[in-house]
Ligand binder design. Structure first.
Ligand code: AMP
Length: 208
């Protein structure tokens, strides 16, 4: 089984959802830069204060803030690891490659039109980071996280104006990583559309 997985794919493509399923079923450790940054913003740490304006605008946080943070988290983790939301630039991918070998870059492919719908109707848990969709994956109790019972919220950057910018940033900065990992021979692309469990079946094949 693959031990170091990078989840590629645009915002809203299901990286968090599929990543969590891999954590639950196969014991991976999931490192999500987005979750780490949101926690830093909530706790008003130095990193959080610096990152907030970029995140609110749907822009990328500068590489120098994120690369060091991820290096530490990777060094402190043990066992099989999933990187969700990192790398997002070629510079980040080079820094990661200098630290460890990526066994699999899993690219979840979803069209922009669908992503806008998914992101604007997404609701997130501030406590355990689970994600739901108002129509396709609603929580069992309205507004409450199935997993931990916390009250769900809409991320500021899931509002439509910011979503459009995040997609633009994805195409410009992160999409080139598809070719980057294809050249390294570790890329697998899965269509990230349809039933979550059906997509997970394909994900499970890819990690073997
Ligand atoms: P996500 O939860 O992965 O959609 O990330 C939310 C926001 O956090 C992004 O829109 C960026 O502002 C920031 N962010 C997350 N990961 C990175 C990264 N690897 N590099 C730069 N900014 C990031």
């Amino acid at each position: 089984m693959k031990s170091t997985i990078v989840l590629l794919g645009p915002p809203g493509s299901g990286k968090g959802t599929q990543g969590e399923k891999l954590v639950n079923d196969f014991g991976y450790t999931r490192l999500s830069t987005g979750d780490m940054l949101r926690e830093a913003v909530r706790n008003q740490t130095e990193l959080g204060l610096k990152a907030k304006e970029y995140m609110d605008a749907g822009a990328l946080v500068p590489n120098d803030l994120i690369i060091g943070l991820m290096k530490e988290k990777i060094a402190a983790s043990s066992g099989k690891v999933i990187l969700d939301g990192f790398p997002r630039t070629v510079e980040q991918a080079d820094a990661l490659g200098a630290q460890l070998d990526v066994d699999l870059a899993l690219n979840l492919d979803v069209k922009d039109e669908e992503l806008v719908d998914r992101l604007t109707k997404r609701r997130s848990c501030p406590n355990c980071n689970s994600v739901f969709h108002l129509l396709y994956n609603p929580p069992k109790v309205d507004g409450i996280c199935d997993k931990c019972g916390a009250e769900l919220y809409q991320r500021d950057d899931d509002k439509e104006e910011t979503v459009l910018n995040r997609l633009r940033v994805y195409h410009e900065n992160t999409k080139p990583l598809i070719d980057y990992y294809r050249k390294k021979g570790t890329l697998v692309t899965i269509e990230g559309v349809g039933d979550i469990d059906d997509i997970f079946e394909k994900v499970k094949e890819a990690i073997q």
